[in-house]
Ligand binder design. Structure first.
Ligand code: PLP
Length: 403
């Protein structure tokens, strides 16, 4: 996810537009800003690229998730179904509102298992939050039909899959709301930033108000605006938005290169007996930011991950034991370690995560290795990398067969 790989003249030009006027805020100061509205410009361009009616740019992807939930009326005690394999932002954004994260198993898509989602629905469930991890998507068709049957929101976390599609629609635009991150390690970056897309006008207005203290944004005198709702400050600065504008122009070029580099690695590993690949739901197209593959057993996956690193193949991840992305690493969540008192709804309704059986997730995660796809690689470098991956993996798997 290489936004940081391509910071160049275009980004500097956009940032300089802002620096020249010194108007670092996205609202107001009309006379001073020389008609630069970077955040607004980004929102218009991004909504169009994502084939959505509305986009709200905010300070982070985590904030985007919180605002998306708030804008659709999710609040204290409402249950939000999320996967065991994701980023910590998923439960953080839910708990921020006093809502309750309900963690359920993933399947061979490495995202929400629709059967596990259905089994977790209670009278308090309000939202299903699939997370399109590592460049590929959840089975959105199945999830949408579950959401429709139970009158639930479908909120897509597309932070790691920008540019992928499902049934021809950009990821993030299939559900009721979609969220993106533009932090420094995502496919395109603002330095820090996040975005929400939706076709629902009410949610869009709510998101606009919530991220700026509940301001109604009517007229052009900020001091005179009223507050139809409580809100918070999750605004993005013009400097960050300016970087994003330049990066957005580069998105399609990035996706093309990712696909090319991914394909070299995939074709090399496809020839190795015993390696299988993450399932992409029918109708889905990845954004190719990662190549995710399965080894026959957990022990072999660990061996392969270690051997790849020793062979100098960098940027390969074994998420199963990683602190950020899988429930195994989230002791602070499992034991509800908070700095202060937690909302009573969270304390009462949280599932006992230490006692919940996530062996179905373990069975997939334990066998998964992912390689990041960088766009800075030269063609010869990717070919060499793919060849090395194939050698390392086939050596380990063939030794295994002989034993
Ligand atoms: C990065 C990320 C987020 C949060 O984004 P930030 O901008 O870092 O707050 C949320 N969900 C997923 C899946 C992510 O990868």
């Amino acid at each position: 996810m290489p936004g940081f790989e391509i910071f160049g003249a275009e980004e500097r030009k956009q940032v300089n537009d802002v620096l020249e006027t010194g108007v670092l805020m996205r609202y107001g100061f009309d006379g001073m800003r020389n008609n630069h509205w970077k955040a607004k410009e980004f929102e218009t361009a991004f909504a169009e690229r994502m084939q959505s009616a509305h986009c709200q740019l905010v300070s982070s992807g985590t904030a985007a998730l919180t605002i998306a939930l708030a804008s659709a009326g999710v609040g204290a005690g409402d249950e939000v179904i999320m996967p065991t394999f994701t980023f910590v932002a998923s439960f953080e954004s839910i708990m921020m509102l006093g809502a309750v994260p309900v963690l359920v198993d993933i399947d061979d898509t490495l995202t929400l298992d629709p059967k596990a989602v259905e089994a977790a629905i209670t009278s308090k469930t309000k939202c299903v939050m699939p997370v399109h991890m590592c460049g590929s998507m959840a089975d959105l068709k199945a999830l949408k039909s579950i959401c429709e049957a139970h009158n639930l929101l479908l909120l897509e976390d597309a932070c790691q899959a920008i540019g992928g599609t499902f049934e021809g629609k950009p990821l993030g635009s299939y559900g009721d709301l979609g969220c993106f991150s533009f932090d420094y390690v995502k496919t395109i970056t603002c330095g820090e930033g996040g975005g929400i897309i939706t076709n629902n006008e009410k949610y869009a207005i709510n998101a606009d108000q919530y991220q700026d203290h509940g301001h109604d944004h009517v007229g052009n005198d900020r001091g005179a605006e009223t507050h139809p709702t409580l809100g918070y400050n999750f605004r993005i600065s013009e400097l960050n938005a300016a970087v994003g504008l330049a990066q957005l122009d580069k998105l399609d070029g990035i996706l093309k290169l990712q696909k090319k580099h991914y394909t070299y690695m995939r074709e090399a590993l496809e020839s190795v007996d015993g390696v299988t690949f993450r399932r992409v739901p029918e109708g889905g197209v990845e954004n190719y930011s990662f190549l995710n593959f399965f080894l026959p057993t957990e022990a072999l996956a660990q061996k392969v991950h270690k051997a790849l690193s020793e062979a100098g193949v960098d940027a390969c991840f074994y998420w199963y034991t990683n602190n950020w992305h899988y429930i195994n690493g989230w002791e602070h969540l499992r034991d509800l370690k908070a700095m202060g008192n937690l909302p009573s709804e969270i304390k009462q309704q949280m599932q006992q995560l230490n006692e919940t059986d996530f062996s179905k997730s373990d069975a997939w995660m334990g066998r998964t290795v992912s390689s990041l796809v960088k766009i800075g690689w030269k063609e010869a470098q990717v070919k060499e990398r793919a060849e090395k991956m194939k050698q390392v993996v086939s050596e380990i798997l063939s030794t295994e067969r002989i034993q």
